[in-house]
Design a binder for this molecule. Structure first.
Ligand SMILES: Nc1ncnc2c1ncn2[C@@H]1O[C@H](COP(=O)(O)OP(=O)(O)OP(=O)(O)O)[C@@H](O)[C@H]1O
Length: 247
């Protein structure tokens, strides 16, 4: 697995009135597990944390690296290593047909057009979308669109896949289908999700609150910590005290 390191990584933004606001407090973490979940309330900073991992968001202080590659100084190399999948597949599906969309993902790595088409078709087949190759992306169901977006990212064979709420827009059947797929991948996965059942299947889970990691540990304990932070009386709350492990 890759070594994802945040060293005092902080993200500040400037509000419309010019005031500086911290949306991620200085965070130090080393992530080497295969499946890393990130949970927390709306606006807590989960997406910001996830986006730091492939340089979509740059730290305003501190450093973020993947296998020693600084996400700011070596952004292109990091993005070859780290694929990113958005909540809404519309954010990344831009070509008229499914096969063209996967081809677009491969444009930098596979220069030969015939080989590129062949690889795109093979990728679609792997994701059960072979029949849809020449179909408009708008004709796909929500689950198929999310599958296609994932296929496009995975076609480039990233070592790490960061998914920001990949099942939020999906119904139960598609949530399970995409969830099972993500958790069966050989890639390292950073999964931001509100789906606690999915996150329970991760090896390590970070709970984010108010722009800081409030808990970092095994999935069950992390979920219990998160539930307790929302509703201390919830029976799902474990008696295990929360902990953070910054390194
Ligand atoms: N580019 C930006 N400009 C202004 N504010 C931002 C920007 N990006 C994030 N924020 C703010 O930072 C905070 C954290 O946002 P972030 O998207 O990381 O939260 P989140 O935990 O992923 O939320 P959600 O679960 O709702 O997706 C929020 O208050 C958000 O409004």
């Amino acid at each position: 697995m890759a070594e994802i390191r945040l060293e005092g990584a902080e993200v500040r933004i400037e509000d419309a009135d010019g005031a500086s606001r911290t949306i991620l407090s200085p965070t130090t973490l080393t992530l080497t597990e295969q499946r890393i979940g990130v949970i927390g309330g709306n606006g807590s900073g989960k997406s910001t944390l996830a986006r730091l991992v492939n340089g979509l968001v740059e730290p305003t202080a501190g450093r973020v690296s993947v296998d020693g590659l600084d996400v700011v100084r070596h952004g292109a190399a990091v993005r070859r290593k780290v694929g990113f999948c958005f909540t809404d597949p519309a954010a990344q599906l831009v070509m008229p047909t499914c096969v063209e969309d996967v081809e677009l993902s491969l444009r930098r790595t596979v220069k030969d057009r015939v080989r590129r088409r062949q690889l795109a078709l093979e990728t679609l087949a792997r994701f059960g979308l072979a029949e849809r190759a020449d179909v408009s992306v708008h004709a796909l169901s929500g689950g198929q669109r999310q599958l296609l977006a994932l296929a496009g990212v995975l076609a480039t064979e990233p070592e790490v896949l960061v998914c920001d709420e990949p099942t939020t827009l999906l119904d139960l059947r598609n949530t399970r289908m995409i969830g099972d797929l993500l958790l069966s991948l050989p890639q390292q996965l950073v999964l931001v999700s509100h789906d606690l059942d999915l996150v329970r299947r991760c090896d390590r889970v970070l709970v984010v609150e108010d722009g800081a990691v409030r808990f970092d540990g095994p999935a069950e304990e992390a979920v219990a910590d998160y539930v307790a932070s929302v509703d201390p009386a919830d029976p799902a709350t474990s008696t295990t005290p929360g902990r953070t492990s910054p390194a």
